[in-house]
Design a protein around this ligand. Sequence first.
Ligand code: GLC
Length: 648
Amino acid sequence: MITTIKKYSFGAHAPTGAVTAQVEEGDTLPYFSAQSEGRGTRFRCPLEKDDIVYGLGETMRGIDKRGGRYVSFNTDNPHHKQDMPSLYGSHNFIVVDGKKTFGAFFDTPARAVFEIDYGGSGEVNVLCERGVTVYIVEGESAHAVVRRFLRAVGRSYLPPLWAFGFGQSRWGYKDERDIRRIARGYAKAGMPLDYICMDIDYMDRYIDFTVNKKRFPDLKAFVSEMKGKGVRLVPIVDAGIKVEPGDPVYEEGVQKGYFCKNIEGKDFCAAVWPGMTHFPDFLRPEVRAWFGRQYKVYTDAGIEGFWNDMNEPAIFYSEYTKGKTGERSEGDPLYRGNTFLSDYRNFCHNIEGKEVNHWEVHNIFGANMTRASAEGLDALLGGRYLLFSRSSYIGAHRYGGIWTGDNSSCWDHLRQNVRQMPSLNMCGFLYSGADTGGFGGNASRELLLRWLAFSAFTPLFRDHASKGTRPQECFRFRGKKDFRSILSLRYRLLPYIYSEFMKAALSFDMYMQPLAFGYPQDSRARRVEDELLVGGSLLIAPVLEKGAKGRLVYLPEAMTEVRWDGASFRTRQAAAGEHFVKVPLGEVVFYIRKGKLLPVGGAAMHTGECDLSAVTLLGDGEEYEQYLDDGLTRSVSEGNIRLLRRLG
Ligand code: GLC
């Protein structure tokens, strides 16, 4: 029983599965006033002027969430503007850090609205529209609160080592030839690569669990050919099953009653990429087990990695909203992103024999798809696998990672990526990352290089772009040396990145943190939103501006500056305080914290060539605890740590 966390119930709700620890019921909710409103409850907590409010995972705006309005209602919306209230996931955990420091998790599968000092209200105002269980987490610092919360929601998903390699993706690769060309392009340019994602065009007419035979005549042989080159294939799986009489998955789903029902009790029809689809009722254990088993067609072919998509669920239109597309506009109250919100009232789930309208449980749909896949893959594969999803809810972090959806090739979204990473980590999602270079729009060489230089530190490191945008693979650009430099840095850092990720996951900690968590007494560090701590040893300060020759870096203490120029690491001592640091494109500058060490490995063209145990130590520390294993086994333990000592 965890005593530093207490829970308080305000009305019933379907179980979300977010909290796995035993938590005691508290008597009276502290910090917040609570008032019923409609079928839900409104919570209010006054803020002090200097309080910082952390959390909310995948949302827009800053690391400090003050000044914003955030709506937890999973939405497929590619317009990631600063004031966009909803993205693909709902992560209802906040930490108030100031005179009082505490965390609050609003565990509800339904819609919730967070107004954090919105319009200068001076309060946290949370409306949970249905039943909610509020968890209050106590701790002596924001970091301590987060660590307790992470323990309560259970250990992060553990990816295999190869999932920390670099991945290339693009919506539009359609056949073996396209994929071979990408692998060849990287190999010829001397750039490392671990996996290539297969977007929806690998399927037969976008039907899940099929492979287009013309484009991939022998998937198994192709997977093994690519693996021989060190490149794994990672197919996409969408949430909806195409209405396709004769397709065995569709037929079985209909026959066994596994799909969500419309308001008239028939299988609900919603249009996504394949045209009309049915949605598996992922909230039912037997449906999850059935869906998870379907991955066998891919695992039998030797595939060990997947990305789950369209699982908010995205609905282009439904049997109810078909023909209403003319009404689609930003101003339409019904239409958000790609979806008519009203459709979320048009279908139902069956939870323990009871019919529940989707609206009531909307935010846990995608999370349960991830769970279905993970449980299926656990049964199908002997070792770890790569799995990341677009939609999520806290708890899904135990089953897979997430990527942050359809961003664009713009500097603002690179900055957003930097701010989102620590917030995602606070909510459990350690294995995450953005579409590097941006999904929509055309990436410039400069933007892609700067973005790669940041993503080289994020656990999920994938370049992905939309159909119709300019080619975004690194080898397509002039001046390949700069790209080679940054990609090779990632592989040189893998002994550290892998070790820090695994240590964070095993000890319920974050992998990427705001500076404030490392230097809570430093009032300036508390406000820094464009530098991050990565693991226990590193501080990074990515260049986030177009045309910049470098940037101002704030160091809370003296550190070892490391400059990677593509060939070697050059170190020098940097004093505490502010510095302008020159960072040419193709170089990366980062810092090793005082008294810490960084193990760096040798060059590699893919993770299969990495020897994580052959490292050189940089920095002025004495010891480094390195987590080491074969990168695949599921039997992980803190016992896999070896102590490295600096000689002399
Ligand atoms: C969605 C995904 C994107 C993918 C596309 C086609 O927009 O977010 O990553 O490329 O669908 O499958």
